[in-house]
Write a protein that binds this ligand. Structure first.
Ligand SMILES: Nc1ncnc2c1ncn2[C@@H]1O[C@H](COP(=O)(O)OP(=O)(O)OP(=O)(O)O)[C@@H](O)[C@H]1O
Length: 248
C-alpha cells in the first residue's frame, strides 16, 4: 500500500535519515519506534509530502509522493488522515466545527447529513455533550480524541498518528489505543503509528519497525521485539541505559 525507498534527509549538516526503507501492507497497524530526536516525525512528514527528502521515494497508489506538486498531491491527501502530536485543532472552532471541517471542505453533503455524521462519530469517541466546547476547554485526552475524529471523519484509507499517547495517563492511553484498534478493524483503515511508547506497541502493533541511526534497524512483530537479545533492541524495549538509574 505504501512503500518507502531509501529516504535520506539532512538538516544543517546533521544526517537525520540515512536511507530508510520499508513497506506498509493494507490493513496493517505499522508501528515506527525509535529514540526521541531519531527522525520519526520527519519521516512521517516526508511520507505525507509536507517536507521533501534530499533523496529517495515514497510510493502510494503507483505515484511517487516526493516528486508530486501540491496540486497532484491533493487527491492523494484525501486518502490520508493525520493526527499530529499536539492534536493541531483549530482553536477558534468548537469541537463540532473542528470535526465537521473535512466534510465541509469535501462538499457534496447537506448540513443535516454533516451534523448527523459528526454527532454519531463524537458519540463513538465518548465525546457526546462536548460538541459546543472550544478546544481550550477540553482535557488532553479529549483533545486527542477530537483530533482522531477530525482525521477519520472523511474516511481515509490510511491514517498516520504521531505519538498518539504522548502526555496521556496509562488509562487514557489504553482507551485511545482501543479506539485506534477498532478504527483499524471496523473501517479497515491502514494505520501507521510513530511512538516510543512500548505499551502502545504491545497493545496495537502488527508490524514494528525500529528507526536507529537514521535507518530501519529491524522489522518484526511486537513479540519478536520483546524477546530480542540484540542489545540495541533490548535497551530500547526495556528502557535500559548504560548507567542504571537507582534513586532509591
Ligand atoms: N525543520 C527542521 N529544521 C532543522 N532540524 C530539524 C527540523 N525538523 C526536525 N529537525 C531535527 O531532526 C531531528 C529529528 O527530529 P524528529 O522530530 O523527527 O524526531 P522524533 O524521532 O520524532 O523525536 P520525538 O520522539 O522526540 O518526537 C532532530 O534533531 C530535530 O532537531
Amino acid at each position: 500500500m505504501l512503500k518507502v525507498v531509501n529516504i535520506k534527509k539532512t538538516f544543517n549538516g546533521t544526517v537525520v535519515l540515512d536511507g530508510v526503507n520499508f513497506e506498509v501492507l493494507e490493513g496493517d497497524r505499522f508501528m515506527i519506534i525509535g529514540r526521541s530526536g531519531g527522525g520519526k516525525s520527519v519521516l512521517l512528514r516526508i511520507i505525507l509530502g509536507l517536507i521533501k527528502p534530499d533523496s529517495g521515494e515514497v510510493w502510494y497508489k503507483g505515484q511517487n509522493i516526493v516528486t508530486l506538486s501540491e496540486r497532484k498531491l491533493a487527491p492523494l491527501r484525501r486518502d490520508m488522515g493525520m493526527v499530529f502530536q499536539n492534536g493541531a485543532l483549530f482553536d477558534f472552532m468548537t469541537v463540532e466545527e473542528n470535526v465537521a471541517f473535512a466534510l465541509r471542505e469535501k462538499g457534496g453533503m447537506s448540513e443535516k447529513e454533516i451534523k448527523k455524521e459528526v454527532s454519531e462519530l463524537l458519540e463513538r469517541l465518548l465525546l457526546k455533550g462536548q460538541e459546543k466546547k472550544m478546544p481550550s476547554e477540553l482535557s488532553g485526552g479529549m483533545r486527542k480524541r477530537v483530533a482522531v475524529a477530525r482525521a477519520v471523519i472523511a474516511k481515509p484509507k490510511i491514517i498516520f498518528f504521531d505519538e498518539p499517547t504522548a502526555g496521556l495517563d496509562p488509562i487514557a492511553s489504553s482507551e485511545l489505543n482501543a479506539l485506534i484498534c477498532s478504527l483499524n478493524k471496523e473501517f479497515n483503515v491502514t494505520t501507521v503509528i510513530v511512538t516510543h511508547d512500548m505499551e502502545a506497541v504491545r497493545q496495537l502493533g502488527i508490524t514494528v519497525a525500529m528507526l536507529y541511526n537514521g535507518k530501519i534497524y529491524r522489522i518484526g512483530t511486537p513479540q519478536e521485539f520483546e524477546a530480542s537479545k540484540d542489545p540495541v533492541i533490548r535497551n530500547f524495549v526495556h528502557g535500559i541505559i548504560e548507567s542504571e538509574v537507582r534513586c532509591n
